[in-house]
Design a protein around this ligand. Sequence first.
Ligand code: SF4
Length: 410
Amino acid sequence: MESLQKLRLFAEQMDLEPAEETQPGCAPNHIPLPMAGPTSQSLISNPHSPPLPCGASRPTNPKQQLGIYKAVAGGKTVPLLKTMLTSACERNCYYCPFRAGRNYRRATFKPEEMANTFMDMQRAGMVNGLFLSSGIIKGGASTQDKLLDTAEILRNKHDFRGYLHLKIMPGAERAQVERAMQLADRLSVNLEAPNTRRLQGLAPMKEFTEELVRPLQWIEEVRRNRPQYQGWNGRWPSTVTQFVVGAVGESDLELLSTSDYLYRQLRLGRTYFSAFRPIPDTPLEAQAAENPWREHRLYQASFLLRDYGFDMEEMPFDDDGKLPLAVDPKMGWAQRNLLEDPVEVNRADRESLLRVPGIGPRGAEAILRARRQGKLRDVNDLRQIGVVTTRLASFVLLDGHRPARQLRLL
Ligand code: SF4
């Protein structure tokens, strides 16, 4: 089978795997609104809402059919080839199209062939970044060797300096992980589930702590104890993971507790959440698809934990550990806490400003800067410095006054 044909074959089934952030232009127009309400609607049109991952729908254009996506990688937008070395796999994860025994046409690249194919595409201006994963054959360590061989050929033979995201295989050894840290810009280990018990229902051949969490711990140990210049391009790679959401009854509390640990203890760059969708001819094929709004609320909550200084205790979980679908978690928190006790924009510290719906890290910085020049007296002052004012009126004071009336006039 020729190389492009193999890439097409992989891309058909890789849409469930989020690669990098793919914004802008990733509006959730494929997502039905939950029990409607103004908050849900404003969330869609609000540019300060957290981005959604793209690539969650079937590839439609010729580039996507090869696995090429526009992705934000390393601070730049690059055409990224998202692909794998082999779609054969000896494991049997219940949700996965590549699981052992599934009747499906498989394909495999040798490391040299993958590197050459990628470089041909790069020279043709089609791609400038690679996200490389793989099914597992002859154990995780042997598969990891092939991924590393591909990376070595790209970096050392072809002198490829662009963006490289490598998957760390379950069962990879520490020395392999450390080598990957010297070759890649980003590494990912997909936990799939928030804990051992839930993983059993999704991927019974994977071992949660030893195979999945441990490599992330090794990476963080290296980042803390060894100098950055030993990493690729003088930097240690960032790390990400992915959870399958809604297949085995896990709660948002479980998913976010694990995310919180990963952010705080292992400095994970991002957790991806993939709403479960059943794949034909897998053990979970009869299971209902998860509501994509749950995925969206999990992203919002995880950004509150990562970027906004929120604690797990502040998340608006219900008794079953679920986040409400109809309201974004920051708005939910503000409605409970700020209606009676609004934030005075002219005096609040950064952390308090970040609690206000509509004020993100950039807005908070802009407010702190502007306050050095003088008082902010009305919503026009906020708008002029780039703060989104459509959602904050009920939760702030400006120079001692609620701006709600001004907003209505505007
Ligand atoms: S190990 Fe990876 S490729 Fe293999 S079945 Fe599990 S998720 Fe799929």
